[in-house]
Design a protein around this ligand. Sequence first.
Ligand SMILES: Cc1cc2nc3c(=O)[nH]c(=O)nc-3n(C[C@H](O)[C@H](O)[C@H](O)COP(=O)(O)OP(=O)(O)OC[C@H]3O[C@@H](n4cnc5c(N)ncnc54)[C@H](O)[C@@H]3O)c2cc1C
Length: 416
Amino acid sequence: MKPKIIVVGAGPAGLLAAGRAAQLGADVLLLEKMQRPGRKLRISGKGRCNITNTLEMPEFMREFDKKGRFLRPAFSQFFSKDILSLLAKLGVEHKVERGGRVFPASDRAQDVVDALQRWMLGTGVKMQTEAAVRDIIIRDGRIAGVVGKSEEHAANAVILCMGGASYKGTGSSGDGYAMAKTAGHSIVPIRPALVPLLTSDHAASRLQGLSLRNVEVSIWVGNKKKAKSRGEMIFTHFGVSGPLVLRLSRFAVDSLAAGEPVELVIDLKPALDHAALDRRLLRDIDAHGKRFFETLLGDLLPRKLIPVCIDASGIPAKCPAHQITGEQRKQLRVWLKEFRLKITGCRPLNEAIVTAGGVNLKEVNPKTMESRIMPGLYFAGELLDIDAPTGGYNIQAAFSTGWLAGNSAAQENARP
Ligand SMILES: Cc1cc2nc3c(=O)[nH]c(=O)nc-3n(C[C@H](O)[C@H](O)[C@H](O)COP(=O)(O)OP(=O)(O)OC[C@H]3O[C@@H](n4cnc5c(N)ncnc54)[C@H](O)[C@@H]3O)c2cc1C
């Protein structure tokens, strides 16, 4: 008899789980609470969807820190090349950008959502939208179905793919955690990962709107450097954001919650070491000795940074370049290499690109994605306690765990 499988949530994890289970002959019902599937996928990568990354599997796994090991069986079954070849069969070609990030060639996330929806429906999945699931049904110690808006749906297996708890407007409002708890699972406390950071310094608000490209930023907790990254950041009314800051924010959130001091140190001239930067400053001073310090800075810094630099260096704006002392030059050099911002907090969970924490991985079998506690219950995607930096890793993890969950649920429950 065909196993009856219910998949809850039509994000990347749910679309793949449902399609794969139906491909293997299961009778699959996909329940999605929003009007349309894949709302978060649609806005991912600023509407371009960074589908995956070209990193090889070992390096790819490392992006998830220690939890990467949990993903090995899922990645071994369905990895970047698999989603890209599935998408190519569906007419979505891809391109690779800096850092191995893969996007649809059309730059349209919508194309990815449409293609996966077409594929999933083509495999025979029945999908109901505006069909929020309220609870799971447990009978005789195993999963027996779900409670929908107004009716119950019986099933041999249920795959929860309800995402994390950020950008609630996309439908991912954290409903899955309560259902996992009902089944007896523990939830690793959820918190923002990849989130803009707040600064105490009024320097950030003075710099509002300024975008810095190709800077190197390190994050310090107390007197320990936690991580360093190069790229682009922006200053906002509350503090700092942009790809570089989001990437580093993972190292700040837990420390801030623990009350530890966190600082960002921006190297505005990462291509020059201290000696080379000093030679450059001396060259500028020699060539334009009569220029005011503020004018000299015009060649070194974006306009908005100049008053902040003047304040921090202590060199008067109208000081002629040739009067700048060796000590002042050193102070300037140190500021250019170590522009410090004290971090006081992060934006709320709802503004996080990814939710850290979730269903405890120790309670899920990584080879099948089945619960070790509740037979017939499976998990996939961001609902699990996995998160990685930006770069296409999170969506790939959702695709891979979704595929594996659909595969296992169909095979396990097809047994006589
Ligand atoms: C702005 C933004 C940009 C991002 N860009 C990228 C990127 O470019 N690359 C990348 O790798 N990652 C990116 N991410 C992260 C990535 O989108 C998520 O990690 C990924 O979508 C998680 O997939 P998922 O299937 O687990 O959950 P989701 O995509 O969140 O899908 C969960 C689905 O479950 C549904 N649901 C929830 N509760 C219920 C319920 N009770 N009943 C029925 N349905 C329910 C929701 O409506 C939703 O459709 C981005 C995230 C954001 C917010």
